[in-house]
Write a protein that binds this ligand. Structure first.
Ligand SMILES: Cc1cc2nc3c(=O)[nH]c(=O)nc-3n(C[C@H](O)[C@H](O)[C@H](O)COP(=O)(O)OP(=O)(O)OC[C@H]3O[C@@H](n4cnc5c(N)ncnc54)[C@H](O)[C@@H]3O)c2cc1C
Length: 265
């Protein structure tokens, strides 16, 4: 056998091995479901369900496909979850965004097509997600303090923001009578810059929002965010404009406040 022939055989074998390995990985990836992306729904496994209140749980969802899109999300980021049987989708805000899972706090509405679909799932089942999407274009880094006025699961967006914020965050957390203001202690424990004031069994008033001890930041440098159902948002800051998801004028309890910015999520 000539030296040239031996060299050629080695080259051929090497080439074939590289080709086989490449082919194997291409085949493997071809069969892997698509990871989280804004265009199409991708499957996530319900890896853990933690009951927090009788009708709300934390769902830990793990992508079955690539984890490429699971990092560097700016707060406040949301995804949409769909009920594929009814072709209905709703937005949800992860409390925690990890490289290999997302954790959501989700309340069950028995007559709600998407929340009841999520709550019908068991650990090991699949849920479909699309995203990530920015909830707002607002630049949070421009403010030296944040006041959040939230109701029910409206706590989720401010929870995500507070975790990613270095400035003081004061939250007024309203819950319906009989509903526990869940996750308050957890957030305060994890974030020393966060204070949560809870309100139950009565209506929120202006003092709940404005009166906090040890505030060193002027109101002109403070951002006030409101998040809850439309009735709650309207009571606190006036209704959002009907079309184009515009903010509408600031009315309600905050009509005469001097916050640097009032933002209805
Ligand atoms: C940006 C954004 C982020 C969100 N993030 C979360 C989240 O992290 N966790 C979460 O649980 N929800 C969140 N929601 C609410 C969620 O998108 C759905 O609206 C909710 O799960 C109900 O959907 P559904 O299809 O089951 O019921 P729907 O068909 O929307 O409603 C069914 C019934 O429930 C009532 N209902 C629905 N929502 C509320 C509410 N908030 N308060 C009182 N009654 C209500 C309706 O009036 C109706 O009677 C978010 C909403 C937005 C806009």
């Amino acid at each position: 056998m000539s030296a040239n022939y031996k060299r050629f055989s080695k080259f051929l074998l090497g080439g074939l091995s590289v080709g086989c390995v490449g082919g194997y990985f291409a085949y493997k990836n071809q069969n892997k479901p698509i990871g989280l992306n804004p265009e199409v729904y991708s499957p996530f496994t319900v890896s853990k369900i933690t009951k927090i209140t009788p009708d709300a749980s934390i769902f830990t969802l793990t992508p079955q496909g690539s984890t490429e899109n699971m990092k560097n999300w700016d707060p406040i980021t949301k995804v949409t979850i769909r009920n594929p049987d009814m072709q209905v989708q709703r937005p949800y805000t992860p409390l925690y965004i990890n490289e290999d899972n997302l954790k959501f706090y989700i309340r069950n509405y028995e007559d709600g097509p998407v929340s009841s679909h999520i709550h019908s799932k068991k650990e090991g089942d699949t849920i479909e997600l699309r995203g990530p999407f920015k909830t707002t274009k607002l630049d949070f880094t421009k403010f030296s303090r944040i006041v959040g006025i939230v109701a029910g699961t409206g706590f989720a967006p401010i929870y995500q923001l507070a975790q990613n914020s270095k400035v003081p965050v004061d939250i007024v957390y309203c819950e319906r009578p009989g509903q526990e203001p869940a996750l308050k202690e957890q957030l305060e424990k994890e974030c020393p810059n966060v204070r949560v004031r809870t309100i139950q069994d009565r209506l929120i008033d202006v003092d709940d929002i404005m009166k906090w001890d040890n505030v060193n930041v002027p109101l002109s440098e403070t951002l006030c965010i409101i998040c809850g159902n439309p009735k709650f948002v309207a009571t606190v800051a006036g209704p959002k404009a009907e079309y184009g998801a515009k903010q509408g004028p600031v009315k309600g309890l905050l009509e005469n406040s001097s916050f640097g910015k009032v933002w209805k999520l």
